[in-house]
Ligand binder design. Structure first.
Ligand code: C2E
Ligand code: CA
Ligand code: CA
Length: 717
């Protein structure tokens, strides 16, 4: 502050003394410039510029200068003695100053030092201007100091007021939050709490301030103190979750974060805590978890959880060398209950069955519902087989009790299959499959019984696995063959069509007929590939034979219901596209079940086929529902009377009547009729007389390989 640039030195040279008021007015710029460096350092990094600070200071100094000129009145002196400032202009300026500093985020110390610097600038420059030996009017100096003090006090008062107001706003803001918020001293005392937290402690925030964690929340103190200590040492946020059993009401879960507040010395001055009630979030998470792992109808573990538990139990039993048993329970007669009393009643039966099964086992055992009317039980730590035997009997007895449902009485029973670990399987999959197979055996040997998995079952399961394995290769290794059986016109006796029938040329077993492997292919999903391949072969033949005969020759292919109804995806649409392209050179044989399912997918597929001219044959007609309504709805072209009617025809009047009726009805609907399994001339003659259009059977020929079939065609010509 030795910068005297611009300060008038006249009086120092003349040895006269200038009044302070005149000095301030005359050298305001120089004073403020001397003070500037300081002001700039304060302003930097704040939302306030140095010019504004300078204006404030200048205004205040001008007011002080005016004041110094006015001799103090008696009242003013009196007021001052009473501690009341008389300089009303200065007072309001000081208040403005304080308010502005709070708004700009100045600290208390910074605001104080601003005044100290101003005072120093004025007195320093004034002394210099007056020369070393010069006499400085004492009165002016005193009065200037008084004025600066007054401005300082005014500013500080306002500063404190505004600061308190800001705190109140802050408190209001935090207290309107549903979250719990507080500030803790490093010693774990509350220095601030928002209203939400104070209410939780059932006291006013003011009463709680200063209290220790342990005094206000003894139950949680230990764990919170641990977190606090961690926040203090790590100087980093500490997060956690805490569950409190609120009285009264259900337990509440909070997710919280402790944030250390670091002071200028790099120490943790305090720790803020925010905690949020996440009970609802938790509840919905739990719900999602329940949904994924539990059956909503019975509240029992579902297939997924059952599988997990079984895996755990198997691992545990493997370590401890204990036995476990898996029971596979299927309800007998449940479908009838459902059909008779409706789904709601069915649901109640399932719930009650779940209760009855659970009632027979230990809490440590797992009862699960796999879906439908199938339940499973994991029995852990089974000592003797006789124990399982007795328990299974108990479950069967419990299930055989009548079910009272909405005033009706329903009777069901159970069939139970048992597989043991480690005897009957080493992993969950084996155990489930083998228990299922044992259940199936129990069901077959009469209901309401149980069966343990046996060596024989193991053998047949093993055989099945082998066949499936080989069948997979059969498709790739081209072991499949298609044989063609002629279909003749009853009117002319000529071969007019053929049915494609698949065979498996097994390397060891020879030619295997489809009944031995189609079922397995359907269950395993292999049927799609097989049918697609057969279709390709049949189409090739149909084209070749049409060309050979010079007239369209139709070949029909069989489509498995499971494949036709369920399979979608790229393979299926290729297959369908090929069919649609083939048009009327191909006929598709499906069973009635496909139509009865009446799903939008099937309906669309059948319509597409019809539009493309593909002929639709209902195979094995008569053994199923024989619904005439569907025949019309789905625009069926041919009906194939099942071979059982043809076989019984000569002996059974009913079969004859039935065949006759079918032909009549079919013709009325515009369909043609094929009789299959025609083995004798009598059957042929009778069918012809009944008006049947086509016939197929050993009487004409069995299914033959391509050369064999072509020989037939050639002979026919
Ligand atoms: P299906 O569609 O009812 O085929 C007629 C079955 O009756 C054929 O048995 C045929 O050889 C046999 N058959 C023909 N004439 C006579 C006769 O006069 N008397 C007797 N008793 N039987 C006769 P196959 O070839 O063993 O086929 C059995 C079943 O396998 C077929 O029954 C069909 O449902 C299925 N199948 C055959 N090939 C395929 C195929 O490529 N795909 C699908 N999904 N299933 C096929
Ligand atoms: Ca057929
Ligand atoms: Ca048939």
């Amino acid at each position: 502050m030795d910068n005297l640039r611009g300060v008038s030195m006249d009086h120092a040279e003349q040895g006269t003394t200038q009044r302070l008021s005149a000095f301030i007015r005359g050298n305001l710029d120089a004073i403020l410039t001397a003070w500037d460096d300081f002001a700039r350092s304060l302003a930097s990094g704040r939302h306030v510029d140095a010019a504004a600070l300078r204006d404030h200071a200048g205004g205040m100094l001008r007011t002080i200068a005016d004041d110094l000129d006015n001799a103090e009145t008696v009242e003013e002196q009196h007021d001052k003695a009473q501690g009341r400032g008389a300089r009303t202009g200065l007072e309001s300026q000081a208040a403005q100053h304080g308010a502005a500093r709070v708004a700009s985020g100045f600290t208390f110390d910074e605001t104080l030092s601003e005044f100290r610097a101003l005072r120093a600038s004025v007195l320093h420059l004034w002394a210099k201007a007056n020369g070393q030996a010069a006499y400085m009017p004492l009165d002016d100096t005193v009065r200037f100091n008084e004025a600066i003090d007054e401005a300082l006090t005014g500013s500080m008062e306002r500063y404190a007021l505004d600061k308190a107001e800001a705190m109140r706003q802050f408190d209001t803001l935090l207290s309107s939050s549903p979250d719990l918020q507080c500030i803790l001293s490093p010693e774990g005392r509350f220095t601030y709490l928002n209203k939400t937290l104070a209410q939780l402690f059932a006291r006013e925030a003011e009463q709680a301030v200063g209290k220790q964690l342990g005094e206000l929340c003894p139950a949680l103190a230990a764990s919170l103190e641990r977190d606090l200590a961690q926040a203090l040492t790590s100087q980093a946020p500490v997060r956690g979750e805490i569950r409190c059993s609120a009285q009264p009401g259900p337990a509440v879960t909070y997710r919280y974060v402790l944030m250390p507040v670091i002071n200028q010395n790099g120490e943790v001055a305090s720790v803020t805590v925010t905690a949020r009630n996440i009970s609802e979030l938790k509840a919905s998470e739990d719900k999602i978890l329940r949904y994924a792992y539990y059956d909503s109808l019975t509240d029992l573990p579902n297939r997924m959880l059952f599988r997990d538990r079984l895996e755990q139990e198997v691992r545990h039993a493997g370590r401890t060398g204990r036995k476990i048993a898996v029971l596979y329970i299927d309800l007998d007669g449940f479908k009838e209950v459902n059909d008779r009393f409706g789904h709601q009643a069915g649901d109640k039966v399932l719930q009650e069955a779940a209760r009855r099964i659970s009632g027979q086992v230990r809490v440590s055992d797992t009862v699960a519902r796999l879906g439908g009317d199938e339940f499973t039980v994991i029995l852990t730590e089974v000592g003797k087989v006789s124990y399982i035997d007795a328990l299974v009997q108990d479950i069967l007895r419990a299930l055989a009790q009548p079910f009272e449902i909405d005033g009706h009485q329903a009777n069901i029973s159970g069939s139970i299959g048992v597989a043991l670990f480690p005897d009957d399987g080493s992993g969950p999959e084996d155990l489930i499959r083998n228990a299922d197979q044992a259940m199936f055996a129990a069901k077959k040997s009469g209901r309401n019984g149980h069966s343990f998995f046996t060596q024989t079952m193991r053998d047949s399961a093993w055989a099945r696995q082998c066949v499936l394995h080989q069948l997979r290769h059969a498709v790739a290794d081209e072991q499949l063959r298609v044989h063609y059986q002629p279909i003749v016109s009853m009117a002319t006796g000529a071969i007019v069509k053929a049915e494609a029938l698949v065979r498996w040329q097994h390397p060891e077993c020879g030619l295997v007929l489809p009944d031995a492997f189609i079922g397995l292919a359907e269950e395993s999903g292999l049927i799609g590939a097989i049918d697609a391949w057969v279709l390709e072969q049949a189409l090739g033949r149909a084209h070749a034979w049409s060309a050979m005969l010079g007239t369209p020759f139709q070949v029909s292919v069989n489509k498995s219901p499971s494949d036709f109804m369920v399979r979608t995806g790229p393979g299926q649409s290729d297959d369908l596209a090929r069919l649609l392209q083939a048009g009327s050179t191909v006929a598709v044989e499906i069973t009635e079940g496909v139509m009865l399912s009446d799903s939008p997918g099937v309906r669309a597929k059948l319509r597409q086929m019809h539009d493309a001219g593909v002929k639709l044959t209902i195979d094995d007609f008569g053994i199923g529902y024989s619904s005439m309504a569907y025949l019309k709805k789905f625009k069926v072209d041919f009906l194939k009377i099942d071979k059982s009617f043809v076989r019984d025809m000569m002996e059974s009047v009913e079969s004859r009547v039935f065949a006759e009726t079918i032909v009549l009805m079919a013709h009325r609907l515009g369909l043609e009729v094929i009789a299959e399994g025609v083995e004798t001339p009598e059957q042929r003659d009778w069918l012809k007389a009944a008006g049947c259009d086509f016939a197929q059977g050993f009487l004409y020929s069995e299914a033959r390989d391509v050369p064999g079939f072509e020989a037939l065609l050639g002979a026919g010509r």
